[in-house]
Design a protein around this ligand. Sequence first.
Ligand code: IPD
Length: 274
Amino acid sequence: MRSDVTDPVNDQLKAELLELALEAAHRAGDFLRDGRPADLGVAATKSSAVDVVTEMDIASEKLITGLIADRRPDDGVIGEEGASVEGTSGVQWVIDPIDGTVNYLYGLPSWAVSIAARKDGETLVGVVHAPLRGETYRAVLGEGAQVNGHPARVRPAPAFGLALVGTGFGYLAERRARQAEVLRRLVPEVRDIRRGGSAAIDLCDVATGRLDAYYERGLNPWDYAAGDLIAREAGALTGGRPGEPLSTELTVAAPPGLFEPLQARLEDLGAWHD
Ligand code: IPD
């Protein structure tokens, strides 16, 4: 999505937010990659016994929020591990200090630091940094998406039956049972399914053509805020139920031509409810 109207004040704000998001994501990513204890364990659980937090999630969030508070003390912040600052500037940061915590806990490489900055409800900047992939994805509203400095672009829409579709599961047993039921009906209709374990990376995989599409019920804003902008700026459509924006109820991302039939099929399958 590109804007033809130039707005120097907004452009300067976006540049400043991008620079800070990149610095915070790299600092946190280096800390998480280099500082992961060999005996890393679970520090606490949240919605269920399998919804875990490690000491590194907490320390990463502190590092990111500390940097933001230092550089832009008037901004609001929400973070997965509890950061919550109202702010007065109108800018709100949406932070997932480790998206893919279970992968991180097990030493699997698909985890990322996800940082978005929103103003007046609109995401202006998104950064997803995946240190063990050696990849940093970024997008600025109206200015396109990049991976490691190169333009990111979705793959052209395939026929529905040839789509490689990513998804994920929530942490509650009942929700998972319903998600598995939706998947049972969908998997014979598409090329195949992938469950990578990081929603932020899944959305970036749509943005770079490594997945044709992605959907999941139950995500939180910190899981999708940055990846949503990156996917859209790379040419994907994103949304929730038909006519609705993406939300915790449902997140769908795919290029035009695949997005519409996938969203319609997910509606038929009731992918938006438990
Ligand atoms: C989770 C991951 C996972 C998705 C879950 C999310 P977290 O985020 O993005 O892929 O399936 O729904 O909660 O807990 O690792 O930050």
